[in-house]
Design a protein around this ligand. Sequence first.
Ligand code: ATP
Ligand code: MG
Length: 242
Amino acid sequence: MTSNTIRPLLAAKGITKTIQTAAGDLNILKGVDMDLRPGELTLLMGPSGSGKTTLLSILGCILTATGGELKVAGEEAVGRSAEGLADLRRRHVGFVFQGYNLFPTLTALENVLMALDVRGSRLADPVAASSEALKSVGLGHRLNTYPSKLSGGEKQRVAIARALAGRPSLILADEPTAALDSENGKAVMELLSSVAKDPTRAVLAVTHDHRTLSYADRIIRIEDGRIVADERPRDSLIQAAA
Ligand SMILES: Nc1ncnc2c1ncn2[C@@H]1O[C@H](COP(=O)(O)OP(=O)(O)OP(=O)(O)O)[C@@H](O)[C@H]1O
Ligand SMILES: [Mg+2]
């Protein structure tokens, strides 16, 4: 099978988002096309206010688009009710929020368990699955620790474990390294890149952070609500070496 025939895990076409403000209509996204293939880590870069979080939220079925087509894991997203959209999100999407969004009164393990519960996951042993997810991000020794006792890097890793626990096919992360020092930022990118090596999963991460570039299989640039560049840096390296 050539890479061109691999079915995308996410297929977005002509996505627009317009919101009404006191000053009139604001066109945040102006027709975005994006396919994500399994087995790739894609970075989404662009200036502040260019529409990155809005796009990620639409792709992750958190927000609805004003127009366009969207298929997540082959399933149609447009035209669903709020519950239908939430169902699609729970089955296919793991979201890593910029501010971690951990529950402060729950331990690391309980934060992950809670996410499995929300997903309606029917795992035989959810505690074992949650511990496993935390071990996979190097936090096996922090299972019973509360977020206030975790460092920024550890909190981000709990947030990633939570996104991974239900084994969603699509992982979306909004600036996962923004608040981290270089050591923790590196660990988080290594983690996302190893998750993306799974041939059944795709990872899309918004970033401003140039330290993340070397981990990318693909880099998409957005400006003022439009995609202005889409490249696979490793392919260019291979071409340059040929
Ligand atoms: N609910 C809203 N109401 C009004 N304006 C909004 C709303 N959501 C987004 N915007 C505007 O849309 C534009 C894109 O916002 P978005 O959050 O997607 O940008 P971003 O690329 O993620 O920026 P940053 O890098 O600063 O996080 C911004 O100008 C923002 O002010
Ligand atoms: Mg943003």
